[in-house]
Design a protein. Structure first.
Length: 307
């Protein structure tokens, strides 16, 4: 009789898993800082607003919505920073000789690029190799990264990266309201007299559905990749343990954090729980956002004086 609530909990796990997968592709297109700022801001704008009305407006609107407005501004600023970065990278690549463009192996160090005194930067996907002796952000460095990474982004529209990031943000914004509906039944989907799911039971269905959809999607993309990535195999997957420990740790922390968020939401309101979760990372994300904005303004000032 409580299947409607079970389905809401499972839907929350599905959208969270899809959002996590989309974020991994967004990192390649728009970078870590822009992806996190935009997706987290969309999560607050949509998710907290949704939960505010589901919780029968128990949280103070005069405190909640000004904060939501700030995150809405962050979405616009993050999009502007990404557009500026993409234009800057395109200008750098246009100045490279044809034999060092993406798709060819960059085995030399361009004279226009500054070198590093160390042995280079370790490649995150090939742990025993290095990404040349090139300074981060230079054209040669961008080419080396593109040649080594599995997701190829050069030559693709900047709208692809933003679209993936926005999609991830929307997915993240829906999992908490779905869990809220699973435990409190604000839409009266349960029959009269049927008890609501407790947080722990709902979290079980939430976790199982998230695991299953992640398993299905990853196996699907392993053999039929998208966005020009390389096809792999189970053997290659099982033999590659580079960074696997960090991935397992991230999954454990994510599950533990979600459980605490849901327990806090049940006690103090899910809109408040979302706000507290975001405020914990506010310092880090604000630093990233303001650094990006300052860089964005500085680049435009430099271009103005060049003209």
């Amino acid at each position: 009789d409580n299947w409607p609530s079970v389905l809401f909990a499972m839907a929350g796990g599905v959208v969270l898993s899809i959002g996590n997968l989309a974020t991994q592709y967004a990192w390649a297109f728009v970078g870590l800082s822009v992806t996190e700022v935009i997706s987290s801001s969309i999560t607050v704008v949509i998710g907290s607003t949704f939960n505010y009305f589901l919780d029968d407006k128990i949280n103070k609107a005069e405190i909640l919505f000004p904060g939501i407005a700030c995150f809405l501004v962050a979405v616009g600023l993050g999009s502007a920073v990404h557009s500026s970065n993409a234009a800057d990278n395109k200008a750098k690549l246009n100045n490279l000789p044809s034999d060092s463009k993406p798709g060819t192996r960059a085995t030399f160090i361009p004279t226009s690029c500054e070198t590093l005194p160390e042995n280079g930067i370790k490649d995150p996907e090939v742990g025993n190799d290095t990404v040349g002796k090139l300074k981060a952000g230079t054209a040669g460095f961008l080419v080396e990264i593109e040649n080594r990474r599995s997701i190829k982004v050069f030559g693709k529209s900047i709208l692809i990266g933003l679209a993936i990031t926005f999609f991830a943000g929307v997915c993240f914004s829906l999992f908490s309201p779905a869990f809220n509906l699973a435990t409190n039944d604000q839409w009266h989907a349960l029959k009269k007299g049927v008890p609501h799911l407790i947080v722990y039971t709902a979290f079980f269905y939430f976790s199982v559905s998230g695991f299953v959809i992640a398993l299905i999607l990853n196996i699907r993309f392993l053999f039929s990749p998208i966005l020009d990535t390389h096809r792999s195999s189970f053997k290659a997957y099982l033999n590659d343990w580079n960074g696997r420990g960090w991935a397992l740790l991230a999954g454990l922390l994510c599950g533990f954090g979600n459980g605490l968020q849901f327990m806090g939401g049940q006690a103090a309101g899910y809109a408040a729980a979302d706000a507290v979760q975001v405020s914990f990372n506010a310092c880090k994300k604000s630093t990233i956002m303001y650094s990006n904005v300052e860089l964005f303004i500085l680049m435009h000032v430099v271009r103005h004086f060049r003209l």
